[in-house]
Design a protein around this ligand. Structure first.
Ligand SMILES: *Cc1c(COP(=O)(O)O)cnc(C)c1O
Length: 342
């Protein structure tokens, strides 16, 4: 079994990503001391959490002699955009199965943000109607490529395979080292969870470190019970991949909060937009309406409920996603541009 540092890996990320204090918002809230881990600054193609995972998955694709990576997601998928960027940087072709699921999507959603960048990275776009089974469409894309003599490598949705999650086991070690250098111990870590690889990898890393810091996944995909079960299974598979006993992680170690998702995936609530507004105004840090805005709302909610208290150090893991702000500009278009007294 390979240990973490023996796994084949490409280097795409600017590491370590910064770990910073959030002094103004901590003071504004008057509760715990808040810190942020800037995985929105992983660097490649506007950054985000998928890039850590892709370092291992693209290395695996190259080892298998692949000519093209194939993956799937919605029009504004951060995962698809980072896969397209990583493939370009590795000299591989990239095909994206894009699920066009929103009938009421506006022009910005269809042309700006991530989908614009997918085009610039020269991804091949296979747009399928909403509700198409992604597995079937991916299989078809792979078969067509094989028929043409190419070698496909399939990357699962969200890059949430055990190899991808290894990127977040690594991130756990990185956070631990940064916290030690600052003389800090975090009492909680909060981040957006969906396809589960990020939380699974963090949990696997914590198991290796024997860390008891609780990781709070804020569910952005739903339903929370399914996300929780998926994170648990993936965390166990990741430990297994790294040569460790998988019973180091029990179901009760996996904390997924389902009550900050609003009306569902991709649908921000008024609270989501307030959380985005608050962090932009207080710290000039940008969140997105699909993932990190909900995750930060979750952190604020856990402060309100007294789960996090004064004197604690709480870390928000920023997983990226700002590229989609420009695709969701319509959310803010009702607000007038003009002079406003402070
Ligand atoms: C994909 C994504 C997530 C969720 O990460 P998973 O590993 O899929 O659970 C969170 N935030 C952003 C910005 C993402 O793009």
């Amino acid at each position: 079994m390979p240990s973490l540092d023996q796994l084949p890996r490409e280097r795409f990320c600017h590491l370590p990503t910064p770990l910073q204090r959030l002094p103004r918002i901590s003071r504004h809230l008057g509760g715990p001391d808040l810190w942020i881990k800037r995985d929105d600054c992983t660097g490649l193609g506007l950054g985000g959490n998928k890039t850590r995972k892709l370092e291992y998955l693209i290395a695996d694709a190259l080892r298998h002699g692949a000519t093209r990576v194939i993956t799937a997601g919605p029009l504004q998928s951060n995962h698809c955009r980072q896969t397209a960027a990583a493939a370009a940087a590795a000299g591989l072709e990239c095909e994206l199965v894009i699920d066009d699921r929103l009938d009421d999507a506006d022009h910005a959603y269809r042309t700006n943000g991530n989908i614009l960048l997918d085009r610039l990275f020269h991804a091949i776009l296979r747009v399928v109607p909403g509700g198409t089974d992604a597995e079937t469409a991916l299989e078809e894309a792979a078969r067509e490529l094989r028929d043409q003599g190419g070698v496909p490598y399939r990357i699962p949705v969200g890059a949430s395979a055990p190899l991808g999650a290894a990127g977040y086991a690594n991130a756990s070690l990185e956070i631990h080292a940064q916290a030690q250098a600052l003389g800090l111990r975090f009492d909680g870590i909060v981040h957006a969870t969906g396809s589960g690889g990020t939380q699974a990898g963090l949990l696997a890393g914590h198991a290796l470190l024997r860390s008891s810091t609780r990781i709070h996944g804020i569910d952005i995909l739903g339903p929370a019970a399914a996300v929780q079960a998926n994170v648990h299974a993936l965390a166990q598979q990741t430990l297994h991949l790294l040569g460790h006993r998988d019973d180091l992680i029990q179901p009760e170690d996996v904390h997924v909060h389902g009550d900050f998702i609003g009306a569902g995936f991709g649908k921000p609530s008024a609270r989501t937009l307030q959380a985005i507004d608050l962090l932009a105004r207080q710290e000039a840090i940008l969140l997105d309406p699909v993932h990190t805005g909900k995750a930060f709302d979750g952190l604020l909610g856990l402060v309100e409920r007294g789960v996090f208290t004064k004197g604690q150090n709480i870390l928000f893991l920023h997983t990226g996603g700002q590229a989609s702000l420009f695709a969701y500009a319509g959310l803010w278009s009702q607000q007038e541009v003009g002079y406003r007294s402070p």
